[in-house]
Design a protein around this ligand. Structure first.
Ligand SMILES: [Zn+2]
Length: 345
């Protein structure tokens, strides 16, 4: 089990990167992976601060997290031999840093600039361009430095997506319990409870999730970090990714461009909560309350794409047993579910 050693959350905590590096015994050189924007917002500050302590710092800008990007970062690691990799950005930059550092056997520090999904603290990385659309096991961050002043500058939609990704754990855990009951799959009660608690806290505090409300951002940030820790404890994405994530992956395959990951998972969770005979209306109402999409139209996809995605979701990952595998719904049945839950008209 790999867990972060230092988690620092709050206003202005970016400046504590030097103190964290010292406590973790990291000296010599560091490589920062950032996007052009996240470099401006936070990457430059991290570099300046570390350089002031005498570290040699190099920055590599990446736009996406394709296998090619990962290999580019790995080449730079081999040439530059940094002591630590620091991922500064939203999903893709963190993923690129996480996977390349893991493959090259050096630690990685996560400095999120958005809260769009749970990858900021998880040991898994999502890479585009592989035959599998879901995440790969990489490594947990050695430290997480989440500055709410920096995160507050990100587009509000990324916060909504992050909330959707946390709320989706409701059905992910239900799927895991189902796999345990019917397929005798290992079920970790501790990690499942941790993921579920994150969902509950976001649902209970949905009224705080509003632009300009630091408390709401903090609730979401802590929920996302807890989800990452839950995956570390479980040793897989099981507590945080079930049928609703399969629906989101399927939607990516059916329709591109599409909505954000967490937005799609939120809608997926409404659909699969219904299939689990759980309180799907509460999921839908919470998503509505925070301004997240709850219909195909709001996701920016056609009604039939939602139905197609729901029908094909189980085929994406046959070994990950969920309610979709159990029910094996045909197109007509999927259409009915999408209509009853109001996702399609
Ligand atoms: Zn997710």
């Amino acid at each position: 089990m790999q867990l972060p050693r230092e988690v620092i959350v709050g206003n202005g905590v970016l400046t504590r990167v030097t103190e964290v590096a010292q406590r973790l015994g990291l000296s010599g050189s560091a490589l920062i992976i950032a996007g052009p924007k996240s470099c401006e917002i936070a990457g430059k500050t991290v570099r300046d601060l570390l350089e002031q302590t005498g570290m040699n710092v190099d920055t590599l800008l990446v736009e996406t997290a394709t296998l090619r990007d990962i290999l580019t970062v790995e080449e730079r690691i081999k040439a530059w031999k940094p002591r630590v990799l620091i991922g500064v950005g939203g999903g893709t930059k963190i993923d690129a840093a996480k996977l390349s550092s893991s493959r090259q056997g050096i630690p990685f520090i996560s400095v999120p600039t958005t809260l769009s999904h749970d990858g900021i603290a998880s040991p898994l990385a999502s890479v585009k361009g592989l035959d599998k659309p879901y995440s790969l096991m990489a490594q947990a961050p050695l430290a997480i430095i989440a500055d709410t002043d920096v995160i507050a500058q990100a587009p509000w939609r990324s916060v909504i997506s992050g909330c959707g990704d946390v709320i989706a754990k409701f059905t992910a855990v239900k799927d895991w319990m189902l796999a345990h009951a019917e397929k005798n799959e290992y079920y970790g009660e501790y990690s499942a409870s941790l993921a579920l608690m994150s969902t509950k806290l976001v649902i209970q505090n949905a009224n705080l999730i509003q632009p300009g409300n630091d408390e709401g951002l903090r609730v979401l940030l802590e929920a996302l970090i807890s989800c990452g820790v839950a995956m570390s404890i479980a040793g897989s994405s099981r507590p945080c990714s079930g049928s609703e994530h399969l629906f989101s992956h399927a939607l990516d395959m059916v329709n591109c461009p599409h909505a954000m990951h967490g937005e799609q998972c939120g809608v997926g969770s409404v659909l699969t909560a219904y299939l689990h005979k759980a309180n799907w209306k509460r999921i839908r109402d919470t998503l509505k309350q925070i301004g997240a999409p709850t219909t195909a139209c709001e996701l920016g996809v056609k009604d039939e794409d939602v139905v197609k995605a729901l029908e094909m979701a189980a085929t994406i990952r046959p070994e990950r047993y969920t309610i979709l595998h159990k029910l094996n719904l045909n197109y007509e049945a999927c259409e009915k579910v999408a209509k009853i839950t109001g996702i399609i008209g």
